[in-house]
Design a protein around this ligand. Structure first.
Ligand code: 9D3
Length: 267
């Protein structure tokens, strides 16, 4: 996969892509990442990239011409991709909420072009006539699309086959299973008086698997009941939740609503 990123702040991308898993993926040529400074494509004497909004109002708007020129220059480099394996993504607070499923889909593409906005916004013609998709990483206000672009690239690259050492760990991921993860422990068995749950030291692998599943269910019910509505649950899962939350609580949880336990989960 080739990723191109258009930004006014290319230096922001140095750290994150030069470490750890992304760095190894680049070294192994599973991905190449190219960061382009939009300012290099502002061809006027002062290399202006933004301007006042037509109609007035606060703030500045990023001009379309440097963004189109940068995109066209980037897309002319490297191997072209078939139409169903490429995307031009505008990072914007108004975009589709980014999700694991979108990362998995984008990981099958051979070319991505990410456009990072800044200031108060980007000329509408960029979204209408250049972008094929618009993504947001959540409902909070950042100073630009750079950190969101890094988040998207990180989530996508780790899903490219061969990037992670162990494919099983990715498949088992909580978001894919629809549940939050069970609690994990390592040595020592007792730390500052806090013990590892005895169950995990039992060596009974069937019982441990069941306990972990129940912990994942409890944790999801407590923190993210919205996830339970979509999670694939077994009859045993539903029976367990009914035991802890009662039949009405179970019904609420299966509708993605919060519920209150009717008993502590002891046995
Ligand atoms: C004046 C209204 N503002 C929207 C709440 C304008 C505005 C603020 C901040 C426009 C852009 C930005 C910078 N943020 C992004 O470009 C951005 C973003 C974000 O702020 N949160 C979550 N996802 C994203 S993707 C791009």
């Amino acid at each position: 996969m080739r990723v191109d990123i258009l930004t006014l702040f290319p230096e922001m991308f140095r750290g994150p892509f030069d470490e750890s898993i992304i760095r190894r993926a680049r070294e192994r040529d599973l991905v190449s990442i190219h960061v382009h400074n939009i300012r290099d494509y502002a061809l006027d004497r002062h290399r202006v990239t933004d301007d006042y909004p037509y109609g007035g109002g606060p703030g500045m708007v990023m001009k379309p011409d440097p963004i189109f020129a940068a995109a066209e220059a980037a897309l002319a480099q490297g191997e072209p991709a078939p139409p169903d394996r490429r995307a031009i993504i505008l990072m914007t607070p108004q975009g589709r909420p980014f999700h694991q499923h979108i990362a998995d889909e984008l990981a099958t593409y051979t070319r991505l072009l990410l456009i990072c906005g800044h200031y108060e916004g980007v000329d509408e013609r960029v979204r209408e006539h250049l972008a094929t998709d618009e993504l947001s990483i959540g409902d909070y206000v950042l100073t630009g699309g750079e950190l969101p672009a890094m988040v998207v690239v990180d989530a996508v690259v780790r899903r490219i086959p061969g990037v992670l050492g162990c494919p099983a760990s990715a498949a088992e991921e909580s978001i894919t299973s629809g549940l939050l993860e069970y609690p994990q422990y390592t040595r020592p068995a007792e730390f500052r008086g806090w013990s590892v749950p005895e169950m995990l030291l039992s060596g009974n692998h069937g019982a441990i698997a069941r306990w972990r599943r129940e912990q994942a269910l409890l944790r999801t019910a407590q923190r993210r009941p919205d996830l339970l509505a979509c999670a694939p649950l077994t009859n045993a899962d539903r029976a367990f939740l009914a035991r802890v939350y009662g039949p009405d609580g179970l019904a609420r949880l299966l509708a993605g609503q919060p519920a209150t336990p009717v008993r502590r989960d002891e046995d």
